[in-house]
Design a binder for this molecule. Sequence first.
Ligand SMILES: Nc1nc2c(ncn2[C@@H]2O[C@H](COP(=O)(O)OP(=O)(O)OP(=O)(O)O)[C@@H](O)[C@H]2O)c(=O)[nH]1
Ligand SMILES: [Mg+2]
Length: 393
Amino acid sequence: MLSLALAGKPNAGKSTFYTAATMADVEVGNYPFTTIDANRGVSYARTVCPCQDRDSRCDSDNCQDGIRYVPVDLFDVAGLVPGAHEGRGLGNQFLDQLTDADAIIHVVDAAGATNAEGEPIEVGEHDPVEDVDFIETEMDQWLGAIVSRNWESIERQSRSPDFDIDDALAEMLTGVGATETDVARVLRDLDYPEDPREWTDDHQTQLAADIRAETKPQIVVANKADIAPEENIERLREAAELVVPATADGELALRRAADAGVIDYNPGDDDFDIVGDVSGQQREGLEQIREVMAEYGGTGVQQALDTVVYDVLDHITAYPVEDDTHWTDAQGRMLPDAHLLPSGSTPVDLAYAVHSDIGDGYIHAVDACEGRRISDDHELTEGDVVKIVSDSN
Ligand SMILES: Nc1nc2c(ncn2[C@@H]2O[C@H](COP(=O)(O)OP(=O)(O)OP(=O)(O)O)[C@@H](O)[C@H]2O)c(=O)[nH]1
Ligand SMILES: [Mg+2]
């Protein structure tokens, strides 16, 4: 499963985002380092379910009237402060926790209501643009330190006659979450000496930064948009490539209200309907959230998850079925599973995502939307429904 990490300054709203996105109960507080042990849970990317094209809706709990929620792992780590790689704040152990992540959701307090250490101050007192780059800087330095720590060992290895610098670097960097493909891609575009003794500090720093950029893409969530000066959101949008304005607090309130049957709302909608009894105060709170949603096209929480999965990580959703006419599994359930795959994936990749035995026994595949056989190297696209014929079926 894809794994996304919430990172950022203490008190930016990571745990609130996490709670809203997973509906798990975790501690939220208006002080730095509320979270110490990482929280890990399941959240969802939202897409259009292929059942929308059919007469009947599918049976999955993850489909609500044709809106499909596809599971991804989400984790919420302790706040980071500038200098974390040298042990400041709660230190660099939390950087280690990011090694598992496929992408980083950087939660920034767009209201500027917390200082660089995450302590509460007046709205607008801190410039959130100053917070944008520090996670990347911290990760670069943390990774740089790992490279530098391992360099003596690489120099030692280079005395062996069959030493290969690319192999040695791949071995070191796969230990910190990079795949061999990541390392190969980064080394292809990097100019560096074959002999590790000729490497300068700059070579090492560049390698660390490139590996981080390749393996830990990030988006910025401009959180607390409900109280943030609009100008802050604009400037954040200029300062970072991908910025999603959000009110994590607002999303949490909506999900709780929807759970209680008070509103009609599917995560990611740009509006909601009040359908239950609410007090005057509750109505006022909900109307305030509605205003923020109208301005930014939603609360931003679901939009951030979708942007990471479908745009940043460039994944597609594919639906394996056993019956290509009824789009069901062996138990007759329609579209029971959805898999997120990197774009460019083939039916064989989907087979392996279902189960390694199904992948090993792969014979051929049928596009259940078109009702025709597709080749092994056919590129799947978003919303494909695929029957896999495998001799392990
Ligand atoms: N106004 C407003 N406040 C928010 C929003 N999201 C979170 N908060 C508040 O910000 C404070 C910090 O929230 P947390 O979710 O605990 O922040 P965190 O980033 O997990 O903090 P640490 O665990 O200390 O690193 C709490 O008082 C939240 O209620 C939001 O969208 N708008
Ligand atoms: Mg927290």
